[in-house]
Design a binder for this molecule. Structure first.
Ligand SMILES: [Zn+2]
Length: 139
């Protein structure tokens, strides 16, 4: 991979995990232009968002599987049913906790919202309130 074209800006971006969505628009300029020109930082940004979204998907699947396990245990009623049920509920709660943690600590939900927003037909996109549209699209 090619090295970063501006190590100072690259280091700042890495410190923020390549997330500039929380910055005021007038402060974003330098970072946006760096991301536009630096292949290294752009690919790092893509990697970080892929990991964030991957964690959210994994936590969702995990929560669903634990819920399914709980249902199966209830239906089958094996010996030590209570212990298995507690384990399934514990796993479900842990998955939900990880989901919420990743959703709050990373910009992944905004990236997903933006991606969905960009694919909406114009007619539907126009109906989204202006304030929300600006937050999602960042413009
Ligand atoms: Zn860079």
């Amino acid at each position: 991979m090619s090295p970063c074209t501006d190590r100072v800006v690259g280091k700042i971006l890495a410190g923020w995990r390549y997330d500039i969505s929380g910055l005021a628009p007038e402060m974003r300029g330098d970072y946006e232009s760096h991301l536009a020109t630096c292949e290294h930082c752009r690919s790092r940004q893509r990697l970080h968002r892929t990991i964030d979204i991957g964690l959210i998907v994994l936590a969702s699947v995990s929560a669903f599987v634990f819920l399914l396990a709980f249902g199966v245990i209830r239906t089958v009623g094996p010996r030590h049913e209570l212990a298995f049920e507690l384990a399934a509920v514990g796993g479900f709660l842990l998955s939900i906790f990880i989901f919420v943690l990743v959703a709050l600590a990373t910009p992944a939900p905004m990236v997903v919202a933006r991606s969905v927003h960009d694919r909406l037909p114009d007619g539907i996109r126009e109906r989204i309130p202006e304030e929300l549209r600006v937050r999602i699209s960042g413009q």
